[in-house]
Design a protein around this ligand. Structure first.
Ligand SMILES: [Zn+2]
Length: 128
């Protein structure tokens, strides 16, 4: 039997416990950006945004979860999927602004990443 008191991963040495979950899903939609410079992004165009929502909590809810994965997806997809984002959001729908808006919608969310296209990712994170 392993004596856990001698291993470096003994739970009392790991600090305060924290549960973390992440949920990844896709949103199809269209937007155009309001920019102060010439850009093709000012014209309406579409994306398949790949969203990753990160949540954490020191305790679990009555169901034993930080937050229900399907609740995260349903909340965001219900508002943004197959929509013209400029019509459903009241801000310039850049990937950065979308990331912050998503973070604000989900309880216990501390980070959101929004991949707009291959190689283009914006992240929003709440500092502790
Ligand atoms: Zn775009």
């Amino acid at each position: 039997m392993v004596d856990s008191s001698k291993t470096s991963c003994h739970k009392t040495k790991l600090g305060k416990p924290m549960y973390r979950i992440s949920k990844r899903f896709e949103i199809s939609g269209a937007h155009k950006l309001n920019l102060s410079y010439e850009s093709k992004c000012q014209e309406i165009h579409g994306h398949n945004w790949i969203i990753t929502v990160f949540c954490k909590s020191k305790t679990l809810n009555a169901e034993g979860m930080v937050v229900d994965f399907s609740h995260v997806k349903k909340t965001i997809q219900g508002k943004l999927d197959h929509k013209y984002l400029n019509e459903v959001l009241d801000f310039n729908p850049t990937a950065e602004n979308i990331a912050k808006w998503i973070c604000d919608q989900i309880p216990c969310c501390y980070k959101v990443s929004v991949q707009e296209s291959d190689g283009n990712v914006a992240e929003y994170e709440v500092d502790e």
